[in-house]
Write a new protein. Structure first.
Length: 437
């Protein structure tokens, strides 16, 4: 079984020497799950265990443990290959919608031009047919080269800087996507900005607990939660149960009957750290219609409108045309697809726009509720002050340094026994010398 990617990432970010509490807090993972996965990772990647005299364990991993695992697990190799392949595939998918838009417009323009040319030729008729056809053809194709000149810049991203790039440069911003990518962004957006919200929530909760040295009141965790319940459930702080289960915490009752929450596992760390930055409350990000430049969005919408109008005009001309074969026959066969694409190109963003407005209103309401709970901590009442003071009685930090180790898998047991024996003798000598004085 391949080790968990989240565990591996947390180990790398924490400097390759970690405790269960370090990893659980960093990744927001269940303490018991983190412990199992750390043992698996240490076993498979050649890690070592350092056991302190208190019984707490620190895990040490080689800096190249990913290389070790990659050579050991075919699954990890395939995952890395697939990630590289998927980045290319997804890029091709993104730009394909822009290419289809350009191709659709060009097909429609050429088809309309040919149909108008044919109709003009038929209207002139007789002996003047040849001259009329030539004149009609010239008139029909007259605007096509200019239309093509307006579109050709899309494919030359590094030549004759496009308008949207010029605007971005004027504002001191670097454009983040090409126009072809912007078309996809205009239609479908750029993904959920809160896709990792659950991970962020638990990571923020764990960080808040560690910043308060492992002991907190429920009011300090409430700004990171939703659905605190009503009535009895809220009064007895049942919303704290998931955090207690996840981080192996336990409630402590003060003499006044107030409850605080103690998390011993999160008090043990492999490295002394300053309080880590975290938000005062869990803030959900608002959805954006698109990350594309405003100029790109306007151009995509404009070309979409041109495409739809052109499709409607083409449909009208096809009903009047007697041409059944060749290029016009091909366009006639795929016309339903062109019309569906033209309608969907503008309808999907319109629906998505109103959906985003509704979604963001709910997000803002949740953010406001969590912010209000966080503001209560700025001016705590007498009851909360008593709870916070009682929590400080359980607050603490246990740093596993190399000086208080009872055992480590990094060296032979016999050597460690000799070192421990020397350490114990030195301690006895120190105490005897102190008693003599």
């Amino acid at each position: 079984m391949a080790p968990n990617p989240g565990i591996m990432q947390a180990v790398e970010q924490l400097g390759y020497r970690v405790t269960v509490g370090d990893v659980a807090a960093k990744a927001g993972l269940d303490v018991n799950f983190a412990q199992r996965e750390l043992l698996t990772l240490a076993s498979e990647a050649g890690g070592n265990l350092q056991v302190a005299e208190s019984g707490d364990i620190a895990y040490i991993f080689p800096n190249n443990f990913r290389d070790i695992l990659r050579n050991k697990f075919l699954r990890l190799q395939l995952q890395e290959w697939w990630q590289k392949i998927w980045r290319v595939l997804f890029y091709l998918i993104r730009i394909s919608f822009g290419l289809v838009l350009v191709a659709s417009i060009l097909l429609i323009v050429v088809a309309i031009t040919l149909l108008l040319s044919s109709m003009n030729s038929d209207n002139n008729g007789g002996g003047g047919g040849s001259g009329g056809e030539s004149g009609g053809g010239g008139g029909g194709f007259f605007f096509f080269p200019y239309f093509w000149n307006d579109l050709i810049w899309i494919f030359y991203w590094n030549h004759d800087e496009p308008y949207y790039q010029q605007r971005s440069r004027d504002r001191g911003q670097k454009p983040q996507m090409s126009f072809l990518e912007a078309v996809f962004s205009f239609i479908f957006g750029d993904g959920n900005p809160n896709k990792n919200l659950e991970e962020r929530k638990w990571s923020d909760i764990a960080t808040a607990i560690r910043n308060n040295r492992g002991a907190v009141a429920a009011e300090q965790i409430a700004p990171y939660l939703d659905n605190l319940g009503q009535g009895y459930a809220r009064e007895y702080e049942e919303y704290m149960l998931p955090a207690l289960a996840r981080f192996d915490g336990r409630p402590e009752v003060s003499p006044e009957g107030q409850i605080i929450y103690h998390f011993p596992q999160l008090q043990t760390t492999a490295l002394l750290q300053n309080p880590q930055p975290t938000g005062t409350y869990l803030r959900e990000m608002l959805w954006r219609f698109s990350h594309a430049d405003s100029g790109q969005i306007m151009l995509a919408a404009g070309l979409g409108a041109v495409n739809l109008v052109g499709a409607l005009v083409l449909g009208n001309l096809l009903t009047k045309s007697a041409i059944a074969g060749g290029f016009i026959g091909f366009v006639s066969g795929i016309y339903p697809l062109l019309l569906i694409y033209g309608v969907g190109f503008l309808t999907i963003p319109l629906i998505r726009y109103f959906w985003i407005q509704w979604k963001n209103s709910r997000i803002e309401a949740r953010n406001h509720d969590r912010q209000q709970r966080a503001m209560l901590l700025n001016q705590p009442d007498a009851n909360l002050q008593q709870k916070l003071a009682y929590a400080q009685e359980f607050a603490g930090e246990n740093v596993l340094s190399g000086e208080d180790l009872a055992y480590t898998t990094e060296s032979e047991l016999t050597q460690q026994e000799l070192e421990q024996s020397a350490k114990i003798d030195a301690e006895w000598q120190r105490r005897i010398g102190r008693s003599d004085n």
